[in-house]
Design a binder for this molecule. Structure first.
Ligand code: FE2
Length: 204
C-alpha cells in the first residue's frame, strides 16, 4: 500500500482566500493531467455534485459555488499519472499558484485515512462524502437498462449492502462521511441520483 500521508495540516495561505482558477484553466488542467476517461468522468461528476450542493443546500453565491465545484473537479487530478504522489502533487501545484486554502484543504482531506488530514469544513466533508458514493452509484447506473432513469434509493442501498458490488468502494468511508457531515445516508443517495450527470463534458 502506498504511503500517501501528507505530513502537514496547513495548506496555502489565508491571504489567498478567494483566489480560484478560471473555469477554462481548471478544465484544461484536468484534461492535460488526466488521460483516463473514466477518471475524468468521475471528477466531473463529483464537481457537478459539489456545485449542486453549494447552490441547493448552502445558498452559495457564484464565486463560492465555483470554489466547491473546482474542489470536486480537481480532487483526483494527479491520480492518473502520479498515483504515488496523490494528492500531494495537485496540492503543491495549486499552492504555487496561490489558490484559496479552502480548496487545498478540501482536496487534502478527501481521504483522511490515506492523507492524514481530517475534513473540517462543510466543503471538506461533502467532497469526502460524494467521492466514494458517486462512483458506486455510477457503477450501478451502468448495469441498469435505463441508467439513472427510475433509479431509487432502495436499489442503491441494496447494492451498498452487497460487498462484492463495486468492491473497491469503501462502505466504511461512506458511513463515516455521512456521520461527519451530519447527513442521512438515504438523503445523500437521493441527492446524488438527482444531480449526478450521466456523462461528462467534452474536454477535448
Ligand atoms: Fe475521487
Amino acid at each position: 500500500m502506498l504511503n500517501l500521508q501528507l505530513g502537514r495540516q496547513v495548506f496555502g495561505d489565508e491571504k489567498n482566500k478567494g483566489n480560484l482558477l478560471e473555469r477554462e484553466v481548471a478544465l484544461s488542467l484536468l484534461n492535460d493531467w488526466v488521460k483516463n476517461e473514466r477518471l475524468k468522468l468521475h471528477m466531473y461528476q463529483v464537481g457537478a455534485l459539489m456545485k449542486a450542493w453549494a447552490i441547493d443546500k448552502e445558498q452559495a453565491d457564484d464565486k463560492e459555488t465555483w470554489k466547491w465545484e473546482m474542489s470536486g473537479l480537481l480532487h483526483d487530478a494527479d491520480w492518473d499519472q502520479w498515483p504515488d504522489q496523490h494528492c500531494r502533487k495537485i496540492i503543491e501545484y495549486l499552492e504555487a499558484l496561490n489558490i484559496d486554502p479552502d480548496v487545498l484543504h478540501a482536496i487534502a482531506s478527501h481521504g483522511h485515512v490515506h492523507f492524514g488530514v481530517e475534513p473540517i469544513t462543510k466543503m471538506d466533508k461533502m467532497l469526502y462524502a460524494f467521492d466514494e458514493l458517486s462512483g458506486l452509484i455510477h457503477a450501478y447506473s451502468l448495469m441498469r437498462p435505463g441508467g439513472y432513469e427510475g433509479m431509487d434509493v432502495k436499489g442503491v442501498t441494496k447494492r451498498l449492502k452487497e460487498k462484492t458490488f463495486a468492491a473497491g468502494v469503501s462502505r466504511e468511508d461512506i458511513h463515516d462521511a455521512c456521520a461527519r457531515a451530519e447527513i442521512q445516508l438515504t438523503d445523500l443517495i437521493e441527492f446524488i441520483i438527482r444531480h449526478q450527470p450521466a456523462v461528462g463534458l467534452n474536454y477535448h
